[in-house]
Ligand binder design. Structure first.
Ligand SMILES: *[C@@H]1O[C@H](CO)[C@@H](O)[C@H](O)[C@H]1NC(C)=O
Ligand SMILES: *[C@@H]1O[C@H](CO)[C@@H](O)[C@H](O)[C@H]1NC(C)=O
Ligand SMILES: *[C@@H]1O[C@H](CO)[C@@H](O)[C@H](O)[C@H]1NC(C)=O
Ligand SMILES: *[C@@H]1O[C@H](CO)[C@@H](O)[C@H](O)[C@H]1NC(C)=O
Ligand SMILES: *[C@@H]1O[C@H](CO)[C@@H](O)[C@H](O)[C@H]1NC(C)=O
Length: 530
């Protein structure tokens, strides 16, 4: 439950989890209890109605597992209903949707009401994502679609009584041909009874300025919710890595709930406290099945609360990865330099591309394996360019860092090397990056350990920024030796820099990757199986 507790109780309350917290401030420290679901949807083996029912029961089971201890629970994108089991979603309601009102929209489906009842039963705010059916506003003389209604990809938020307090319709659609977009982007926020105002959006939105950065920069939102079905890409954009970096770069709390379909590269959920790193997180890498799990954490009311989290959430064990991962498509355009695989060495190197220069200071040793000489290779790289997703959607990127490769070929960077071989132990690793200032950009740490596909925690990483007239200097440094590095980079998303008459038009790669595998194929499957 929500509470304003003193530091002593805060310590007690987290002692059950392996996170050690020390509040360096005197005085009160407040937090709320959040739950995010990593959720494996039922995709086949029934009619759309049966699949919906199975998903709904899964949601209710996870909500029950929280025992009414949460202030807010979040479920992922596209893991409940489909385009053939659409529901109406009111923008907000005075009464709980659990209690039917005489003038209610008859298109509000029972499953939505049952979830409203569950929010009331467990006394929690509840965020879900649905396929919404909305009436088509069709003035005479204008050609309307023959479907007769509009479909949105929609987040719905219930309060503790089950009344709708917020609705958000996805703006940055990703390969969702049967889904409509609102005329203007919506900035969706809601205030809670624990004095936190949340903003929320959906999956692909996280890579664009609008509405995600609008919420943070224009509205000053410090607590963000995202519902996701995200297909991870190496070496910079795996799900939990991106979530943790986004929360860190924006200095906000982030509740991220992800669909769990590892066979399709989709997994990754977590609760992140800005620069304090992950409080809870889950990437399913060792199985193909996916999981249904509620991750819980006590989240500070102030994401910049001066606390020291010394967290090792997961054991660092090298495992085989069964998660199907995509690979950055433009690696051959990076300016790179390969680290020589010699036993012990150090290097100082400055690498530039266009307007970005990064300076690397590295010491490393090589632990040679008797069985196999292979193992990871490493490159330093700098890249300024435009990145294409799908459907003519782009981001201007400036990045630099160290990343692992499975051979000495640059095309192998970001590929998992299943063979256990030589290990490179970095005893010092520092990057100084000089990033041009622009009004619309987000610069984040992007780190990854290959043992478990999680980002490095603040106990392992120093990150500092300094603004000058026209540059942001970023310093990123390992705090302690690391032997399982996959990625150690500064990732700058300059969003739509090129779109608004920017400097150059970089030719987009046609190796368009399926970064966010989406609902569409899955939901088409519903249709096919019926
Ligand atoms: C809920 O209650 C069950 C049974 O008492 C317990 O095992 C479980 O840990 C509890 N969960 C939470 C989140 O408190
Ligand atoms: C909604 O999307 C459908 C399918 O793409 C399209 O035919 C229809 O015109 C769209 N409706 C509106 C109002 O944009
Ligand atoms: C609620 O939050 C605001 C800003 O975040 C803060 O100024 C105010 O003191 C808080 N109110 C209470 C009752 O904690
Ligand atoms: C890194 O290498 C440099 C030059 O060999 C050396 O002076 C320095 O002490 C080393 N630092 C660490 C942390 O190993
Ligand atoms: C930044 O400003 C300095 C001096 O004000 C100037 O010399 C330099 O060329 C500028 N750099 C860029 C990238 O604009």
């Amino acid at each position: 439950m929500f509470g304003l507790l003193c530091r002593f109780l805060w310590l007690l309350s987290v002692a059950v989890s392996p996170v050690v917290v020390a509040n360096t401030d005197d005085g009160l420290l407040g937090f709320y209890t959040a739950g995010v679901a990593e959720f494996r949807p039922a995709i086949m083996g029934g009619t759309s109605q049966q699949l919906l029912e199975e998903n709904l029961l899964g949601y209710l089971e996870l909500m029950a597992s929280g025992n009414g201890t949460t202030d807010i629970i979040v479920f992922p994108e596209a893991t409940l209903n489909s385009v053939v089991t659409l529901t109406a979603v009111p923008e907000s309601t005075a009464q709980s949707l659990c209690d039917e009102q005489p003038d209610d929209d008859p298109e509000i489906q029972t499953f939505l009401r049952r979830l409203a009842c569950a929010a009331r039963e467990y006394n929690t705010y509840l965020v879900i994502n649905v396929k919404e059916r909305a009436p088509e506003n069709c003035p005479s003389g204008i050609t309307c679609s023959n479907r007769g209604y509009i479909v949105y990809n929609t987040n719905v938020v219930f309060n503790r009584q089950g009344a709708v307090v917020s609705r958000y319709r996805k703006w940055n659609l990703y390969l969702e041909p049967s889904t409509n977009r609102t005329e203007f982007p919506e900035l969706a926020t809601f205030k809670t009874d624990f004095n936190v105002t949340f903003g929320h959006f959906i999956c692909f939105d996280m890579l664009f300025y609008t509405p995600a950065q609008d919420l943070v920069e224009r509205l000053g939102i410090r607590h963000v919710i995202v519902t996701k079905m995200f297909n991870s890409e190496l070496p910079f954009l795996t799900a939990s890595q991106l979530q943790q970096g986004w929360a860190w770069g924006n200095r906000v709390n982030l509740l991220a709930s992800g669909a769990s379909i590892p066979l399709a590269g989709v997994s990754g959920s977590g609760i992140y406290a800005g620069e304090h790193g992950a409080l809870a997180r889950l990437m399913i890498t060792e199985e193909t099945e996916g999981q249904r799990k509620l991750l819980l954490a006590q989240v500070p009311l102030d994401p910049e609360e001066n606390m020291l989290l010394d967290e090792t959430l997961e054991p660092e064990t090298a495992t085989t990865t069964k998660l199907k991962l995509l690979q950055q498509p433009e690696l051959e355009k990076f300016a790179t330099w390969e680290l020589p695989m010699v036993k012990g060495s150090s290097v100082n190197k400055r690498i530039c591309q266009q307007d970005l220069c990064c300076e690397f200071q590295i010491n490393w040793t090589l632990e040679e394996s008797e069985e196999s000489p292979s193992g990871y290779y490493y490159r330093l790289g700098v890249w300024v360019g435009e990145r294409r997703y799908e459907e003519e959607q782009y981001s201007a990127i400036r990045l630099c860092g160290l990343f692992s490769c499975s051979s000495s070929n640059v095309q192998s960077c970001g590929l998992i090397n299943e063979e256990q071989g030589n290990r490179v132990i970095f005893t010092k690793l520092q990057i100084l990056g000089e990033f041009v200032r622009k009004p619309r950009r987000l610069i984040t740490p992007s780190t990854l350990s290959f043992s478990n596909l999680y980002a490095l925690q603040p106990s392992q990483l120093i990150w500092s920024t300094e603004e000058t007239d026209n540059l942001t200097r970023i310093k990123m440094e390992l705090r302690q030796p690391h032997s399982q590095l996959m990625t150690f980079a500064i990732y700058g998303n300059y969003f739509d820099e090129y779109a608004n008459g920017g400097a150059t038009t970089v030719e987009a790669s046609r190796l368009g990757t399926l970064l966010f595998l989406l609902i569409t194929p899955l939901m088409m499957m519903h249709l096919i199986w019926e």
